[in-house]
Design a protein around this ligand. Sequence first.
Ligand code: GH3
Ligand code: MG
Ligand code: MG
Length: 365
Amino acid sequence: MPADLATKAAADGAPSPKPPAQSPARILIVDDHEDNIEVLKVRLESWGYETASAYNGHDALTYVVATPPDLILLDVMMPEISGIEVARQIKGNGALPFIPIIMQTALDSTEDKVEGLEAGADDYITKPIDFAELKARLRSMLRIKRLQDALEERERELLEVNERLRYMSQTDALTGLDNRRHLNERIDEMFAHAKRLDEPFSLVMADLDKFKSVNDTYGHQAGDEVLKQLAAILREEAREIDRVGRYGGEEFMLLLPGAQIDDAYTFAERVRNRIEGHTFTFPGGTLTRTASFGVASWPHDKIREADDLVRSSDDALYVAKETGRNRVVRFDGDEFNAHQAANDGNAEPRPDFGEPEPGGAPAAG
Ligand code: GH3
Ligand code: MG
Ligand code: MG
C-alpha cells in the first residue's frame, strides 16, 4: 500500500480551546492499519496539529529523514520493520534533531513498553487509545521538544560565536593572515612534527624596506593597502601546506614544512623578486617597494628549538637590512658569517632595523 506522506494542515474545524503552538506541530502517524491512521488523523487535526502518515516502518524512516516531524506516534506492531526498530534507527541517527516518539502498544504488553523505551521511545500510550490521555501526552512531549529545539539552537549559536572568536583570535584583522600568537603556536607544532618525522623545516622572515616612508609620504591608509597587497602576494607564492602570517607591523613570517634551506632561499628569492616588480596601488596613487628576507632551517646544530629558528631567521633578516636591503640572507651562510665576523669587535646592541647610521657597521662582501 503506498504511504500517504502528504502533510495536511488542520484547516476547517473550529479552533481548539488551546492552540498547541505558535505554528502547528507536525505529527507523523505510523501504523499499518489505515483505519487507525484515519481516526488519529481526524483527532489530531481537530486539535490543531498538522499530520503526516506512513503505513510501514520503511516509509516512516524515509519521511523522517527527509522532513523531520515534531513528534512521531508510532505503532509497535508492524510487519517487516517493527516500531521498535524504527525508534532505534531514528534515535540512532545523529543527523536528526530531537524528535519525541510516543509508542502505541497493546494494553497488556509490558514487554513491548520496556523494549520500546529501551529503543529510545520517549513515552508510550496503550491501545485502545484514550484520547484525553493522548492529548495530554502530546502536549507534554511537544513542550519538551520545543525546549530541546531552543537548546539546540542556542548550542548552534554558541558554536558559531566560538568559531568566530577562534578565527578572530588567530587572524590578523588587516591582512587576514595568521597573527603572531597563532604563528607562535604553529611554529611549535610544526617544529615538533618536523623533528618527529625527521623532515626539514624552514622559516622565512620578511620585512618591507623603508616602509615608514610610505606612511609618511602617502598616509597610513596607503600603508595599509600595501600591507594587504603584500599579504596577497605571500599567500599566492606559498604552497598549500605553508603557513603565512603577519608577525608584526610590516614584518611577515612564512613557515615552510619539508623545505630545506636551499628551497627556502629559492622561495624567498622568488618572493623578493615579485615584490620588487610589483606596483602597489592605493586610492590616489601607486608605488613600488622592496623587502628583505632572512631564512633559517632545521636541521642545524645551532637550532634546537622553535625559538632558535625564529631568532636565527630574524638575525639573518637583520643582516639583510644591514647589507643593503632588498635581499635574502640565510642564517649561517657565508654572507651572514662574514657580517657577524666583521661586527665582532662591535658589541653594541643591535638597533631595531632603523636607518643604518652614517659610517656605521661596514657592509660585508
Ligand atoms: P626598514 O627598511 O629598516 O625595515 O625600515 P622601515 O621603515 O620599514 O622600518 P621601521 O621599523 O622604521 O618602520 C616600520 C613602520 O611600519 C612604522 C609603522 O608606521 C609602520 N606600520 C606598522 N604597522 C602598520 C600598519 O598596520 N599599517 C600601516 N599603515 N603602517 C604600519
Ligand atoms: Mg621595514
Ligand atoms: Mg620592522
